[in-house]
Write a protein that binds this ligand. Structure first.
Ligand code: 5GP
Ligand code: MN
Length: 322
């Protein structure tokens, strides 16, 4: 049964649970991890047995986050009362954990991505919210539970990363109000900023230089695209984690409206798409079976990376011409 419910109702479901498994999306970003680990901390403090179930290790660039309770052990809790997926409302974003998610006596999705279909027994999707971490903040408020400094840091990191430091149009007055309250709960803004933005390795910098060098600007300067191969990454001594920020560099170029970056991922090609003002990259991602938001979306394509880049470029061009 699908039911777009309220955070209050989800709070009641969680309050009545003894055991809760939490699922952020694959390739977790700051918001996925922040919202998952933040929820883990408050529920654990409230005496519940909890775990955050991942399909991979916490990425190195997010290792500063006070993340606890993460495991890849799918038998960490038998027969969980409630399973919650956060920052994710599509089963294909928890591909290796769907069966475990569905094992919850009640399954719940809390998300801010566009997905009119919903997923889980209960879901709460608010696409006008900048970050899933904001929704978790509101949920904690509904449950009347306290937020300590580490929880505040997790949620604040989710908000900072998903709003591009409060730059994107998803940033609302409420986003700032929540950020202020998280600061009052003890967040060090400087510590988070240094960890997230002023902590770039030499390898990452070299990989970015190489990727920017080979970028292509097209559609009268409104499109920008680049990609990196496994061999190029190896030559820079870098990994795909080191390319997380390059899509922002492409989007930041004067006049560029839509930017795309492609990288190898497990034999396939992972595509990141960004729009600056009026573009809609979610539509483009959907064409390849992906999704996301109007201004930030992604998808996975199989096949040769240079050919995939051509396909993506073609659709961006069409989208910019319409
Ligand atoms: P990123 O480029 O940072 O990986 O993703 C940008 C946005 O698109 C994020 O909100 C992310 O959740 C979403 N996204 C990325 N890849 C996929 C995908 O394959 N499928 C769906 N549905 N969303 C994606
Ligand atoms: Mn998010």
């Amino acid at each position: 049964m699908k039911n777009n419910t309220s955070l209050r109702e989800i709070g009641e479901i969680l309050a009545n649970a003894d055991s809760v498994l939490i699922f952020p999306h694959i390739s977790p970003d700051g918001d996925a991890l922040g919202s998952a680990a933040g929820l883990y901390r408050v529920l654990t403090a409230a005496g519940k047995k909890c775990a955050v179930v991942l399909e991979e290790e916490v990425p190195e660039y997010l290792s500063f986050m006070p993340v606890e309770g993460c495991t890849r052990d799918q038998s960490v809790i038998d027969n969980p009362d409630v399973t919650v997926c956060v920052d994710c409302s599509e089963p294909n974003r928890i591909p290796g954990r769907i069966q475990l998610f569905e094992k919850g006596k009640i399954s719940v999705c809390i998300d801010h991505h566009i997905n009119p279909e919903g997923y889980g027994d209960y879901y709460y999707i608010d696409e006008n919210t900048a970050a899933a971490s904001e929704l978790i903040y509101e949920l904690i408020g509904e449950m009347g539970l306290p937020i300590d400094k580490d929880t505040a840091t997790l949620l604040y990191t989710g908000i900072v990363t998903d709003t591009g430091s409060f730059q994107y149009s998803n940033t609302t007055a409420s986003t700032h109000r929540i950020a202020a309250e998280l600061m009052e709960a003890g967040v060090s803004v400087n510590n988070v900023s240094v960890a997230v933005y002023q902590n770039v390795s030499r390898e990452q910098t070299i990989a970015e230089a190489l990727i920017l060098e080979k970028m292509e600007i097209f559609a009268d300067g409104k499109g920008a695209i680049s990609y990196v191969t496994a061999e190029e990454l190896a030559s820079a001594g870098a990994t795909t984690d080191d390319t997380e920020k390059v899509i922002d560099r492409l989007r930041d170029i004067k006049g560029v409206e839509i930017a795309a970056f492609l990288k190898p991922k497990g034999g396939d090609v992972k595509v990141s798409l960004r729009a600056k003002t009026y573009g809609d990259v979610q539509k483009i991602a959907r064409e390849f079976g992906g999704g996301g938001h109007k201004k930030a979306a992604g998808c996975t394509i199989s096949g040769d990376i240079a050919e995939a880049a051509n396909e993506v470029k073609k659709l961006i061009k069409e989208s910019l011409e319409n």
